[in-house]
Design a protein around this ligand. Sequence first.
Ligand code: PEP
Ligand code: MG
Length: 325
Amino acid sequence: AQSRYASLRDLPAEARCGTRVALHMNAGLIADLPSLAGSGAEGVGLFRTELQFLIRAHVPKRSELVAIYARVLEAAKGKRVAFRTLDIGSDKVLPYMKRVEEPNPAMGWRAIRVGLDKPGILRMQLQALIRAANGRPLVVMFPFVAEMDEFRAARRHLLDEIERERQLGHILPERIEIGAMLETPSLAFAPREFFETADFISIGGNDLKQFFFAADRENETVRRRYDMLNTSYLSFIEQIVSRCAEGGAHLSFCGEDAGRPIEAACLAAMGLRTLSMRPASIGPVKHLIRRISLEGLRDVILGARAEGAVNVRAPVMAWLSAQDI
Ligand code: PEP
Ligand code: MG
């Protein structure tokens, strides 16, 4: 499949209407990084940092994390890498962490909630990221932020660590981007100040969709029940796009749906300009985007919605099959 799209690798995901969409890849291991060149991804839109914590019997040492993150940045050769701080807790239990029994782990004590309540590991991870950057740009995003104050507090930890590193005489990142993952519907309704303060926002579509529809992403009985191309969900995405535009926060989308060509095209039609996906999806998504007009697709979606459609998949498929793809 890779070879089928190899000729597209160095071409932009530019639609017929002239709109360009930046395609980034998701990663979580140093071993994923060669795909950055291989897939033609413009950067790493989501680097999940859980794995280095899960595979050990003890909390990784700061020096170990510095070495790993530095290797990631070196392998990225100047392309942007968005490091997501630890999204752990409840279901992803660290062997060395006290287990907390929770009836509903996905909605429990996880991610930034753990980081803010017990900031030791979060701060150590932030120090490691600053040191690994070693003068290069640093991009940090906080997972599962549900309200502005959580983002403020997490951002404060990062700024404090930068100040501490400065006082220690260490080299600081050339510049820093601080962002949040939008994975709970509540954050879309945060005060305007949130969208002005965040440098960027990345929609974690896997979690956002499960909480929007109240349908467990791990539950086989319901996980496919609601479609991303549901008009309520697309309207919600549209609102997020406009709130980010008003506040000046760059918006991206990094859930699995970004790697499905039709879903990706619809996200782009709703205004997303950066999508992050597994490397193998970059070719197929780029192929489709280059063959269509996103304006045309947007008209189809908005037209179907205006007519009261619950889901736009059928009209979108009909329109696509009439295109030269
Ligand atoms: C998401 O929720 O869409 C996401 C990218 O994070 P994860 O899948 O790691 O929860
Ligand atoms: Mg998530």
